[in-house]
Design a binder for this molecule. Structure first.
Ligand code: E4P
Length: 223
């Protein structure tokens, strides 16, 4: 399982990069708009924080295939290795994906809501597909089932395309995606925190501290 952070806030990205096993960052136009800042500089800053070896997925804001390709080429030059251009699924997006595949620029096909969308994205050459779990759960409660079916389908056809589950509002959704065998999840800093939080864990840690301090005060193994 790979863990990505979905966002554009530098403090949150620094926090996740420092404390969690972070494999990369994903953004989208909504997340970057919320930051109300120079968007190009922002993705450069994100790259600086996570370094060259982690993935960065940046979404195109173009509509026509040729323009998407130009934007992808520009962003690839900016971001270097481990860059993925996110393209929402649509005819122009699929056309751009086929062209970008021939140019060795990796595509993450996003705004995926059904297994047939994921399959056709993979066949067009996408490296990742990003199904939106919580947005599906909000209407029919089937987000994690859709992720499980996409995983199954890719296995069945032995496709070189991975599943990056996105749009999460709960740890339960994350857990069900993990059980379905999805390759990666992208979540907010809040969900990262929620994943490791448990009141029993807090109580257990407090118990260890109280017992140790009761016997040894402030001493540690270091002296
Ligand atoms: C994924 O590519 C999107 O950035 C994202 O996860 C959508 O999440 P939301 O439904 O919380 O906006």
């Amino acid at each position: 399982m790979k863990y990505m952070m979905d966002g554009g806030n530098l403090e949150e990205i620094k926090y996740c990069n420092e404390f969690f096993p972070l494999d990369g960052v994903t953004t989208n136009p909504t997340l970057l708009s919320k930051e109300k800042t120079d968007f190009l500089q922002r993705i450069r800053d994100i790259r600086d924080i996570i370094g060259p070896d982690k993935m960065i997925h940046v979404q195109t804001v173009q509509k026509k295939a040729e323009d998407i390709v130009e934007e992808a080429k520009f962003l690839k030059k900016e971001m270097g290795a481990n860059f993925f251009i996110k393209i929402p699924i649509c005819e122009e997006g699929l056309k751009a994906t086929k062209i970008l595949k021939s140019m060795n620029i990796d595509v993450t096909m996003t705004a995926i809501f059904t297994p047939p969308q994921a399959l056709i994205a993979a066949m067009a050459g996408a490296k990742w597909v990003a199904p939106y779990v919580n947005r599906l759960d909000n209407i029919v409660g089937e987000g994690t089932r859709v992720v499980a079916e996409i995983v199954e389908q890719f296995k069945m056809y032995n496709l070189d395309c991975k599943v990056l589950a996105a749009s999460f509002k709960s740890v339960e959704q994350v857990h069900k995606c993990a059980l379905a065998g999805c390759d990666a999840i992208t979540v907010s800093a809040d969900i990262f925190k929620a994943i490791i939080s448990h009141s029993m864990t807090d109580a257990t840690i407090q118990g260890f501290d109280a017992d140790w301090h009761g016997q040894y005060g402030d001493r540690t193994f270091l002296g």
